[in-house]
Design a protein around this ligand. Structure first.
Ligand SMILES: [Zn+2]
Length: 248
């Protein structure tokens, strides 16, 4: 079943009315939804960072454990060498073992140094983590407050909003897809959310550009879809107020 242009225009006007009411509702929420989203993103970022800090610390602790185990092995070796030194047959053997012991001791000193470095690194990471954690706690508090505010504002208009959404769902079935798409496109490009407007006082109701009288007459006939030459909005009708522009 084909709708006449007039019917299509009326359907679009009705859709515009619904969408404008929804816009009004969204406006009451202000920047809150965006602020909540931003906070949630920020919090997720901090949580990722804290996770990285934790795994870095875990790796460093494993490193420390490895060095400590190596040191224990070293101690055993040194003890073994010292026992061997008791039973050497000559000075040459004695010196060779002394050299081994010295090397082991150097290894153990090196391990001490590495362990201290790892511990210092852990302390630095812990400082960063503490800072991040306290910011994270603040952001979580902020988020709680904002979410609460938002839910209060949302609950005030929720039933109205749901009603409008349901009405919209039903209503758009009456509009052909192609027309709906161009409506949506014009609306997305429009700062005030208006895609369908009237000619008011001789001007486009969206961008206030003058609409010439002949064009107004065509629009009034409602025999074809006419868009504003300046802003592209659909001009559904001419408001019955006498146009100011009348040439003599
Ligand atoms: Zn316009």
């Amino acid at each position: 079943m084909e709708n006449t242009i007039a019917q299509k225009l009326d359907a679009l006007l009705k859709l515009q009315e619904i969408d404008s009411s929804l816009d009004e509702i969204l406006k009451t929420r202000g920047d809150l939804p965006e602020e909540v989203r931003d906070l949630e993103d920020e919090i997720a970022g901090f949580e990722t960072r804290l996770g990285k800090f934790k795994s870095e610390i875990a790796n460093l602790n494993t490193e420390i454990d490895n060095f400590k185990n190596a040191q224990k092995e070293g101690e055993k070796l040194i003890k073994k060498y010292k026992d061997q030194q008791m039973n050497v047959r000559n000075n040459r053997e004695y010196d060779a073992i002394t050299k081994e012991i010295e090397l082991q001791e150097l290894d153990m000193q090196l391990a001490d140094k590495k362990i201290n470095e790892a511990r210092a690194r852990i302390r630095l990471i812990e400082e960063d983590a503490n800072r991040a954690e306290s910011i994270l706690n603040e952001r979580n508090e902020d988020l709680k407050v904002k979410k609460n505010e938002l839910s209060v504002i949302t609950s005030e208009s929720q039933s109205e909003e749901q009603g409008l959404i349901a009405e919209r769902e039903k209503h758009i079935k009456k509009i052909e897809e192609r027309l709906l798409k161009s409506y949506q496109k014009i609306r997305d490009n429009s700062l005030n959310g208006l895609a369908v407007v009237h000619v008011q006082r001789g001007a486009c109701g969206g961008c206030f550009s003058i609409v010439p009288p002949q064009r107004q007459a065509d629009i009034r006939e409602r025999k074809k879809l006419i868009v504003c030459e300046h802003c592209g909005r659909i001009l559904a009708d001419v408001e019955s107020v006498q146009p100011v522009h009348q040439r003599r």
